[in-house]
Structures are given as C-alpha cells and as structure tokens.
Design a protein. Structure first.
Length: 200
C-alpha cells in the first residue's frame, strides 16, 4: 500500500510540474518587440558608383606627322586602307582604329587650314546609327589644345555601351577621337591621357 501511495504521490508531483505556468508579461513584451523589429523591412542600400578603371596609356603612336598616346596592348590600324586599299590614310586625312576586349578607340583627321572650331568633326566621328550623345558638349583645355568633348552611349557592342567623342584642331588639321568603354567616365580620362602625349 505504501508503494501505491508513493507512486501516486510521485505521479501527482510529476503532473503538477508539467502543468502550464503563467508566462511572464515582461518576457512576452520582449519577444513581441523582437519579432516586430525582425519583420520591419530594411532599405536596400544604393550601389556605390563605379570607379573608373585607369588604363595606362604607355603606348605612343607617331605617324602621319602627329603623335598620340594609347594603351600599350593596342595597336592602331588604318581603317581607310581597309575600306579602300587604293586610298590609305595620309598626313592630310585619315582614319585609324584600335581595340581590345574592353576598349575601342577611333581617330580621324583631315586638312582644315584656318579652321579653329573642330565641332564639325564630332558629326563625322559620331555614328548616328549606333551612337547617341548622352550629355552636353564640354569644352576642355588640354595643354594648349582647345578640345570639344561629349559623352556618348553606343549600341555598337553590348559590352561597351559607354564612351565619348572629342574634336580639336592642330597644325592646320582637324582631329576627332572616339572611344567605346565599359564604364561611363572612362572615355574622358582616356582622352586626357592620350592628349598629354599629343603632338602635331
């Protein structure tokens, strides 16, 4: 009999200990606040602006009575001669291009004695079929050259959607330069570096 009473008593203690306890209101408030804070949506941070990649322009192209800087892993070829082998580029007029997997550069020039405004060259180098001006015309002074520069967007290639075009005069000739780049501000930096080595 003692055994039965002991078992009943042990069972009662066990059942009493498993019974529901009244929750602490402070703990319930703390849990509710934590759940509310976790459910609040957070803002999506703005992506940082792209930092223009600097391309070292250690190469120097010197022919046709002028010199200009360019990346050392790129070589200019004569577009005029490719189009018509009987009419290659000359000192008085020409069209060159250079490219690699992440950059395209075009350069053209023509004789323009007495001309001080090379703006007409922008119309020649900006291809209306694939290029569109994406900003306003920006006059620059690079060394002693008065340069017109305009940023462009291009559909010429999907991996190089940005770029810039520029024009200037030197030594009785008008020059135009254009590049296609993967980043918006890279073209202007490239132009500045190229013109640091420009001589005519």
């Amino acid at each position: 009999m003692k055994r039965v009473i002991f078992l009943l008593l042990a069972g009662a203690v066990l059942i009493a200990s498993c019974g529901s306890k009244k929750p602490d209101p402070n703990e319930q408030i703390f849990i509710a606040v934590q759940q509310t804070l976790a459910a609040i949506p957070t803002y999506t941070p703005y992506p940082p602006p792209p930092v223009p990649t600097l391309v070292p322009l250690t190469g120097l192209f010197c022919e046709y009575q002028f010199c200009i800087g360019h990346p050392s892993d790129m070589a200019f070829f004569d577009v005029s001669a490719q189009r018509n082998p009987l009419a290659p580029s000359t000192a008085s007029q020409g069209f060159l291009a250079a490219y690699n997997s992440s950059l395209v550069i075009q350069l053209m020039w023509q004789s323009a004695p007495g001309t001080s405004d090379a703006g007409f060259m922008l119309d020649l180098i900006i291809d209306k079929n694939v290029d569109a001006r994406s900003g306003s015309l920006d006059p620059l002074l690079v060394r002693d050259l008065n340069v017109l520069y305009v940023p462009i967007n291009s559909t010429a290639t999907s991996i190089l959607p940005y770029g810039g075009a520029s024009a200037w005069t030197c030594g009785g000739r008008a020059f135009a330069w254009k590049s296609y780049t993967p980043q918006p501000d890279l073209a202007k930096n490239l132009l500045g570096e190229a013109l640091k080595k420009f001589r005519c």
